[in-house]
Write a protein that binds this ligand. Structure first.
Ligand SMILES: [Fe+2]
Length: 250
């Protein structure tokens, strides 16, 4: 079954920490290459590298990320690993995000300048989030909320996302939430958000070859068990492909 799934349901992974020396993800290039192989073996064709951005803790400016991406692309070519990698960032909630974007500091999703992957605090949703989303939409930027199923207020009230949905916000699910590795609350919330059709994109949130791997094979199998194939295909590939302007799975 896995090989059929591999062929029929390729994956675009929208959230991964493979670039070394930037955050708490891969520590060495060797680990990054191991995770890249894991991804390819599970059917991932494209991966957006999303190192943490948090002022004064992870000062991963756009230029720094692009430099590491360039290195990674060179190493992938040398190792003949057929994985397309793009630049992004997981930007911790901060009211200064629009200002930092205007200054060219924060890295947009896939360097498109149209989307930002934003991580909300896990324990509370600051009331200023709405103001931030407004400021982004004035700049024609769409927010992608990273793994909302891991946020406690969303776990308690998944319908919290509906208001943002009407503003065009997108939502990215972690594969490990679906398979239970992030705990029962995240898993239950993930299922609920999927049933409400509130999930647009998937990410491995890979950090380490063993502890938080880059394979989304188990998540894909789980999605196929619970959802219609067209919805699975949209979450795994076509929603992200449309955003990234990728036409055909290769
Ligand atoms: Fe992450």
């Amino acid at each position: 079954m896995l090989s059929e799934e591999l062929l029929e349901y390729p994956i675009i992974d929208c959230h991964a920490h493979l670039l070394p020396d930037l955050d708490d993800g891969a520590a060495f290039w060797d680990d990054a290459l191991i995770m890249a192989r894991q991804a390819v073996q599970s059917g991932t064709q494209v991966m957006v590298m999303t190192p943490h951005f948090r002022q004064r803790r992870y000062d991963n400016h756009r230029k720094k990320i692009l430099h590491q991406l360039d290195q990674f692309q060179y190493r992938l070519r040398k190792a003949a690993i057929p994985l397309t990698v793009l630049a992004g960032a997981e930007i911790a909630y901060d009211p200064a995000i629009p200002h930092l974007f205007d200054q060219g500091i924060v890295q947009s999703f896939a360097d498109l300048r149209t989307h930002l992957l934003i991580e909300l605090p896990f324990n509370d949703v600051p009331p200023e989030v709405d103001e931030l989303l407004d400021q982004l939409s004035h700049r024609q930027i769409t927010a992608i909320i990273a793994h909302p199923e891991r946020c406690r207020p969303v776990q308690q009230a998944p319908s919290l996302l509906l208001r943002w949905r009407t503003q065009g916000v997108l939502f990215q699910l972690n594969g490990e939430s679906l398979t239970g590795q992030a705990g029962p609350e995240a898993q239950a919330c993930a299922r609920q958000l999927l049933s409400m059709n509130l999930i647009d994109l998937i990410g491995s949130d890979a950090h380490h070859p063993m502890k938080r791997s880059a394979s989304l094979a188990a998540a894909r199998t789980d999605l196929l068990k619970h959802l219609p194939p067209a919805q699975v295909q949209a979450i795994l590939y076509s929603n992200a492909a449309a955003l990234l302007q990728i036409t055909d799975p290769s």
